[in-house]
Design a protein around this ligand. Sequence first.
Ligand code: SF4
Ligand code: SF4
Ligand code: SF4
Ligand SMILES: [Zn+2]
Ligand SMILES: [Zn+2]
Length: 532
Amino acid sequence: MIYWCHKCGEPIFDKVMHECNCDGDIVKISEGTICNPVFIQERKLLSKIVGLDLTEKKIWYFGASKYYYDGEMHRVPYREWYKAKEHLKCAEELRNDIKIERDYSLYMGVVEANKAYIQNLVFEAENYIVDIFNKYKNYDYIPTVSFSGGKDSTVVSRLVRDALQDNTVIHFFGDTTLEFSETYEYVMTKFRKENPMLPMLPSETENDFFKLCKVFGPPSQYERWCCTIFKTSNLNKELENLPGRSLSFLGIRHSESLARKFYERTQEHSKISSQINAMPIIEWTDYDVWLYVLFKNILINDCYRYGYKRVGCWCCPNNSDWSMMLTEIYHPEDMKKWKDMIYEFAMKTGKTDLDDYYEEGRWRTRRGASGLEVKNVTITDTACNLSDRARNIIIEKKLNKDAIEFFKPLGDLKIVEKKDATYISVCDKDKSGEYRKCFELIITYGTNVIKVLPEERIDSINLVNRIKCQMRKYQFCIRCSACDSVCPYGAIDTIHGKYTVDESKCQHCKKCIAKFYNGCIICDKVAGKKGS
Ligand code: SF4
Ligand code: SF4
Ligand code: SF4
Ligand SMILES: [Zn+2]
Ligand SMILES: [Zn+2]
């Protein structure tokens, strides 16, 4: 709930607190949680849309195209304007004259009017940070900030450094390779200049988004494969290089998305797990974040000056029309590349009305593989004459030495090469906790058959299914690196040319085996589910 004080001329976030110091007339102005200052560059754009000069005005944005200025709420009908392609007429003008004010003085009144409120919030968040730091510092945890260049992680960065009185906290910049150029400039240059002591470790990815789009199709709201590949995987790899475990501070907030509604503020698996996630601003609203930015006078990513409400991947299917419009204005080259890719995909998958598919944003809601080349991911097994319980698993790709890697998660391998075949006995702890031989594999390189001989006590159906999952990886892996991030012990490596499992690290926890449906993300995409 947001109020407006007519005496102060400012939005008020806690009515009772404000009334202690002010006798002004306070009215409710919004049921929502959005209230952010509109900067000059966005005001120029708004002026174009409404056809009035708003550049000198003090304007607040309240969500859902509603802007407050001249003592009134105005709905700015940008969508019609955008669909009529009016934005392209002034794109060049806007792009060629970008005004960024470093000074927030126009909006500082809101801090004064909500001082007690923001001080309380900060006090609470900083206490939380100190408490959790103290709780874990004796267990070899190092505080880190997971930094995206967006406002939420920028705020968390400052809170953590203030709370811990430490300006050298390690920051991880999770580069999705799909960031706006402003984000790179902000993270690597502007933010750095203000915080020269901060170690900022960019995560490197070997994956090329556009190349992967050829396999997966463009990401859609239902097929957000890129998040798994670019976000989780990279971060996990960086954490491995830390000389200790990571107490990671994240800028995640409940009000951001439904999916995050039920996140706990602290995710602590156990005192010895490799990572603890702490989310100091999880209950903060959007206006809390902005209030803090103004309160501490924090330099933010230029994208917010253009009017982006959130800053992430520039081509995300979850971006609003408003964001798409801004990207068409400020990053026409990126948009062109994106458009070409969508058209190519639409053509390849036999869409009839290409313009519609793109313009109406139907790619954003596509489901399933949508006509990509469908592969058969079924692997069959048959009875084997070696014993009652033995099975033959028949795969499509001929067996070679690389297949061995995929057996390693199942247990310790003892490999004996004989003239007729390769014999692999697999030992592991079983349900009783006893370490012993669980099954034997017999394979011949160059053939398609794997013979499985389970010990009497082993559930052979389950075992065969696991081996099938592993063999799908063997057949389909394009080294998207999603598996790397699944292994809690860092045993899996796909980015150095091959899928490998380091047996000195592998604990046979088997988490990697069926983490993805059918064993591998790719199978899920090419299995030819019914799609739109
Ligand atoms: S484009 Fe969207 S879905 Fe893909 S990685 Fe970025 S945020 Fe995730
Ligand atoms: S097996 Fe599949 S999910 Fe795992 S890294 Fe390879 S392509 Fe990705
Ligand atoms: S997740 Fe890692 S440790 Fe567990 S079985 Fe797979 S490779 Fe081994
Ligand atoms: Zn007042
Ligand atoms: Zn082992």
